[in-house]
Structure formats: structure tokens, C-alpha cells
Design a protein around this ligand. Structure first.
Ligand SMILES: NC(=O)C1=CN([C@@H]2O[C@H](COP(=O)(O)OP(=O)(O)OC[C@H]3O[C@@H](n4cnc5c(N)ncnc54)[C@H](OP(=O)(O)O)[C@@H]3O)[C@@H](O)[C@H]2O)C=CC1
Ligand SMILES: CC(=O)N[C@@H](CCC(=O)OP(=O)(O)O)C(=O)O
Length: 354
């Protein structure tokens, strides 16, 4: 095990330092007590000082963006990939061979089945032989496996909000796994920093739309994760939406009760018990309506459970910040576990309000 203390901080590299999850990693890691940033890559901005592109980081780092270089990355203890899919899978085999551990924020290693991956991502998987050793990065489900893992595939943003909301219900077998409906809305930062016409202010503001209703690439990840939790197949109707805000995901999760489902008070108590020791999952009082601004900039997921009219459908409301618990905060939480650090180190921050 790598010796990590204030005199021997973790040497960290970031591939994709100019994107939204990359700069969020930087915001959090520059204040992490046991981390030293070694290398931050960007092909388009190489040579530029990080703090010239992101003045929010002036005074926190003197590093410059560099061209991705395997030797420089392999000199790190851990490398984060904050890159589009199909990038990490091309470099990870060499890094693992060099003894460097990897936390991948992209979808490259999230699905266990390379065939399913190809079907949704449109190309063959470059290293299917590594899928078995990749650990799915959702600490509330996989904490023990993440400890000591060499390759962590961080859970996606929508999948995080949805799995944490359904988890206590599926673990207890209290809802029908074939009738789950997840309606979720994301802010525009979920689409990344690259220019895209639908994300222009004049296109996305003052409007609200669903997209990917016929099949979004997060669906197989959500069904795989919920299936693991339930211990059998689940079927989810997943409809994502774009909401005109910058950060945040709000998921409304519907589930049909079965003969074993107790009264709402007991469901509430079960959620509270399940998450009592989880530093980043908050079960709000019965009747609450969590808002995305309650988690903006923080690594928390806040949940509330309802049973409208005492009927057959439970509704769980789940909010996260897509860039923190949905990406960079969760990635650091996984890194902390991988190296035996305090799980909350560097990410124990309340949300920004207003
Ligand atoms: N945004 C979000 O809310 C979330 C994103 N994710 C995932 O995290 C990853 C990053 O997302 P996000 O930060 O939004 O993306 P961005 O588009 O904002 O940033 C992508 C970054 O990757 C770099 N990059 C692009 N192509 C390559 C390449 N071939 N080799 C090396 N570097 C490359 C870019 O820099 P340059 O081109 O200069 O090298 C840039 O820094 C994606 O896989 C995304 O799906 C996961 C959860 C939430
Ligand atoms: C608003 C928006 O476009 N959101 C993105 C979220 C996906 C994402 O961030 O990708 P991961 O698979 O790595 O989690 C989308 O729907 O494609």
C-alpha cells in the first residue's frame, strides 16, 4: 500500500483538465490535504497556465496544461480520466501495467459486457479483458471493492441519482423491479464544455425538454446497477430532460409497491437506517422536496420519499450536483477509499446557497 501522509502526498494526474469535470476535480483537489497535482492534460490548451484559463484557480496552482504523455502519467500514483468515452480505454492498460491506479469518470469501464458497451457507444471496446477488474465507483454500494481497487469506473451522473434513490427499496424487495420509472432532469453542464448548438443560451434557456426518451446510453448502466442491488433483473423506463440551469440533477423516481411494502413511516425509517452511516447521502424529513440548489457544489445526494394519496406508487425524489456527486466529487471519494484515506477528505463541503 502506498504510504500517504502530509510529507508523502499522493501524486495525481488529470487527463482532460479543461473540461467541466476536469476543472471541478481541480477545484476540489487543490484543497485536498494529501494530494499533490503533478500533471494536467489538454491537447487544445497545452502550454497555457491552468490559472490563465481558470482564474478561479489563481494562487492555487502554477501548473500548465500538457499534452497527454503516458510516461508523465505513469509517474503518478493515480490518474483521473475526465475525458469523453473511448479515451481512457486506450491509455489505461499501460498505466495499470506501470502500477498507476486509475479513476475513470467516463463510461469506458462501467458496463461489464463489452458487447452491450459497443451497442450503446457505437464502437468496439478497446480492452474488454480489463472489464472484469474494473470496480463500479458507487461507494454506497461497492465501498469494500473500491478499497484497494486499481481501476475504478465512476458511476455516471443520472445513474448515481437514480441508484441511490431506489437502493433501499430494491435491497428490501419492497417494490416491483419490472415497473420502475425514472424521470430526471439535468443542467447544461452535464453535456460538457464543448460547443453544441442545443446548449446555446438562446436554445436552452426559458425552455424545458425531454431527450433520449427512446433509449439513453445511461439506461444499461442504471439497469446493471439496480439489477446488482436487487439480485435479479430490473426494468426501468428512463426519461432524461434538459433543464435551463448550469448544475444539478433532479430525479423523480416512481416504484409500484408489492405485498411486502410497509407503511410510509417504515419506508422512511428504512431509508434513514440504510444511509445513517453514509457521509454523503441525506434522507430528508418525510414530506420534503429536495431542490438542486441544496446540493450545488457539494458531494451530497439528498432524498425524500412520498406515497401520494397512500396509493400503490412510492415516489423518491433525489438531487445531486452532476459535477460533484455525479462526477468529480464521487471520483475523489473513490480515490480516498482506494488509498485508505479519510473518505470525506477534500470533499466535505456544504452546498452553495443561494
Ligand atoms: N459533465 C458531467 O456532468 C459529467 C460528465 N461525466 C463524464 O466525464 C467525462 C468528461 O466530461 P466533461 O468534463 O463534461 O467533458 P468536457 O467535454 O467538458 O471535457 C472533456 C475533456 O477531455 C479532453 N479530451 C477530449 N478528447 C480527448 C482525447 N482524445 N484525449 C485526451 N483528452 C481529451 C478535453 O481537452 P482537450 O480536447 O483540450 O484535450 C477536455 O479537457 C465524460 O466522459 C462525461 O461523460 C460523468 C458524469 C457527469
Ligand atoms: C445534459 C446532458 O446532455 N447530459 C449528458 C449526461 C451524460 C454524462 O455526463 O455522461 P456520463 O455517462 O459520463 O455520466 C447526456 O445526457 O448525455
Amino acid at each position: 500500500m502506498t504510504q500517504v501522509d502530509a510529507a508523502n502526498p499522493l501524486k495525481v494526474g488529470i487527463v482532460g483538465g479543461t473540461g467541466y469535470t476536469g476543472v471541478e476535480l481541480l477545484r476540489l483537489l487543490v484543497r485536498h490535504p494529501l494530494v499533490r497535482l503533478e500533471t494536467i492534460t489538454s491537447r487544445s490548451e497545452q502550454g497555457l497556465k491552468v490559472s490563465d484559463l481558470y482564474p478561479t484557480l489563481r494562487g492555487y496552482t502554477d501548473l500548465k496544461f500538457e499534452e497527454p504523455d503516458v510516461a508523465a502519467l505513469a509517474a503518478c500514483d493515480v490518474v483521473f480520466f475526465a475525458t469523453p468515452h473511448n479515451v481512457a480505454m486506450r491509455l489505461v492498460p499501460e498505466l495499470l501495467a506501470a502500477g498507476t491506479r486509475v479513476v475513470d469518470l467516463s463510461a469506458d469501464f462501467r458496463l461489464r459486457d463489452a458487447g452491450v458497451w459497443s451497442q450503446w457507444y457505437g464502437e468496439p471496446h478497446a480492452c474488454p479483458e480489463l472489464l472484469d477488474q474494473a470496480v463500479y465507483g458507487l461507494p454506497e454500494v461497492n465501498r469494500e471493492r473500491i478499497r484497494g481497487a486499481r481501476l475504478v469506473a465512476c458511476a455516471g451522473c443520472y445513474p448515481t441519482s437514480i441508484q441511490l434513490g431506489y437502493l433501499p427499496l430494491l435491497e428490501r424487495g419492497w417494490v416491483r423491479p419490472e415497473q420502475l420509472i425514472a424521470s430526471a432532469a439535468s443542467g447544461a453542464s452535464g453535456a460538457g464544455r464543448g460547443a453544441k448548438v442545443p446548449m446555446l443560451l438562446a436554445e436552452a434557456s426559458e425552455s424545458f425538454k425531454a431527450y433520449g426518451a427512446g433509449g439513453h446510453r445511461h439506461l444499461p448502466e442504471i439497469e446493471q446497477g439496480l439489477g446488482d442491488i436487487a439480485g435479479g433483473p430490473v426494468s426501468v423506463t428512463f426519461v432524461p430532460h434538459l433543464v435551463p440551469m448550469v448544475r444539478g440533477i433532479h430525479a423523480s423516481l416512481y416504484a409500484t409497491v408489492n405485498g411486502d411494502t410497509p407503511a410510509l413511516d417504515q419506508v422512511q425509517a428504512a431509508f434513514e437506517a440504510r444511509y445513517a452511516d453514509e457521509p454523503f447521502v441525506d434522507v430528508m424529513p418525510q414530506g420534503s422536496h429536495p431542490e438542486t440548489r441544496f446540493v450545488k457544489g457539494s458531494n451530497h445526494c439528498r432524498l425524500a420519499i412520498h406515497r401520494p394519496g397512500g396509493g400503490d406508487v412510492l415516489v423518491v425524489l433525489s438531487v445531486i450536483d452532476n459535477l460533484v456527486k455525479g462526477a468529480s466529487g464521487q471520483a475523489i471519494q473513490c480515490m480516498n477509499l482506494m488509498f485508505g484515506l479519510e473518505e470525506t477528505a477534500g470533499i466535505d463541503l456544504p452546498a452553495l446557497l443561494p
